[in-house]
Design a protein around this ligand. Structure first.
Ligand SMILES: Nc1ncnc2c1ncn2[C@@H]1O[C@H](COP(=O)(O)OP(=O)(O)OP(=O)(O)O)[C@@H](O)[C@H]1O
Length: 374
């Protein structure tokens, strides 16, 4: 297992906690400049944190407290396989040599080195490319060679920094499949930095959301979208229906609207607590006629891309806007058009409530959400 608990103030603030199990693919997501690459650099020993612990397979790679560094293994002894967006192959060496070169230290025999390199080309499905120079390879092929090079050194951890972002979508899908198939066999922790939430959800067992150098939440993709820890995480994972209100003795209000929902009081949130609450797309139903528990709304925006339409409803008598996506067939069935009336129903079971804490409350970063049904 890779265990990371680090903090630093310079050159950029970082406060990251995460664990990645052998065989796990763990994605780091967050806005540009949030510290994802820096986190990988700290793990690889290319940058040194002020305090904390980096441990891999129970061996300390870095350990420091109160500015006293106890252990700080050099990069060469950390055994990290690195893969970047830029393939970074040596231009004057063919694919096989590119993989073999970094094996010199542990495999002095050149024949053995080339055999090992060929084995990795075979594993990654590009045996026939062994003699090609980098400039004779497509971007996807170069990335496979770069992955083979990273893996041939038998790293203890694989660090992937936006490895798919320069590659066209069909080739990217092939690389996803390759990564998915080899990762169990490798049985090492794999960290994937990506700005693409879809990619993270597709590939990762767990995701850590990083914002302004701080790890805000680690969860499975499903949990992250259903139960974000706070409204910032909800925003960062692209949940577009984030509301504010007040929770009070089993009732949840909606800021900007007179509506109050009855909710089950699980005793976790004090009465009068200001909250943010979210509901996923699957928790919103739209009807053409009023029904018990529906809220009357007006369609204020309607845009279609292909067969999917994005709609914004304004709840009547309020300034609350609800975002919804539907198929063209659904739009037709409900006779939705700009300015038309619709009736919205929230599935109480899918409402997720997150206490809002004052800015200066030290518990703010540990805000924990709780799912509360209506
Ligand atoms: N060596 C450095 N010295 C000072 N600041 C740095 C250094 N490296 C990165 N930064 C800054 O630290 C912040 C985090 O950078 P980092 O590259 O880790 O972000 P990121 O989340 O990977 O972003 P992106 O998705 O754009 O690659 C950024 O503001 C960046 O400008």
């Amino acid at each position: 297992m890779l265990k990371l608990q680090i903090s630093q103030t310079a050159p950029m603030p970082l406060q990251i906690q995460l664990e990645c199990l052998p065989g796990e693919l763990h994605a780091l997501v967050g806005p540009s400049g949030s510290g994802k690459t820096s986190t990988l650099r700290v793990i690889a020993g290319l940058m040194q944190a002020d305090e904390g612990l980096i441990q891999c397979a129970d061996i300390d790679w870095f350990s420091a407290d109160h500015a006293k560094v106890n252990v700080n293994l050099p990069t060469a002894d950390r055994s990290c396989g690195f893969l970047f967006q830029q393939y970074a192959l040596f231009p004057h060496l063919n694919a096989l040599e590119n993989i073999a070169i970094p094996l010199r230290k542990h495999h002095p025999d050149s024949i053995e080195r080339l055999q090992l390199a060929q084995k990795w080309l075979d594993k990654l499905g590009i045996s026939e490319l062994s003699q090609r120079m980098p400039q004779e390879l497509s971007g996807g092929q170069q990335q496979r060679v770069a992955l083979a090079r990273a893996l041939a050194r038998q790293p203890k951890v694989l660090l992937l920094d936006e490895p798919f972002s320069a590659i066209d979508i069909p080739t990217r899908q092939d690389l996803y499949k390759t990564l998915a198939s080899i990762r169990k066999e490798l049985n090492i922790p794999i960290l994937l930095v990506t700005h693409d939430l879809k990619e993270a959800s597709l590939l990762a067992d767990r995701i850590t959301v990083i914002d302004q150098g701080i790890s805000l939440q680690t969860a499975s993709p499903r949990m992250l979208f259903q139960k974000p820890r706070n409204s910032r995480v909800a925003q960062l994972v692209g949940i577009n229906n984030i509301f504010r209100g007040v929770f009070s003795a089993g009732a949840l209000s909606l800021d900007g609207s007179p509506h109050v929902f009855q909710v089950v009081d699980k005793g976790k949130i004090p009465a009068g607590q200001k909250v943010a609450w979210v509901i996923p797309q699957s928790g919103i139903s739209v009807h053409s006629q009023t029904m018990p528990k529906t809220l009357a709304a007006t369609v204020i925006q309607l845009s279609s891309i292909g067969q999917i339409a994005s709609i914004q409803f304004l709840i009547k008598g309020s300034d609350v806007v609800v975002n919804w996506e539907a198929s063209s067939a659904e739009i037709k069935r409900l006779a939705i058009q700009l300015g038309s009336e619709a009736h919205i129903e929230f599935d109480a079971q899918q409402i997720h409530i997150m206490p809002l804490r004052p800015i200066n409350d030290p518990r703010r970063l540990q805000e924990s959400g709780s799912a509360i049904g209506l």
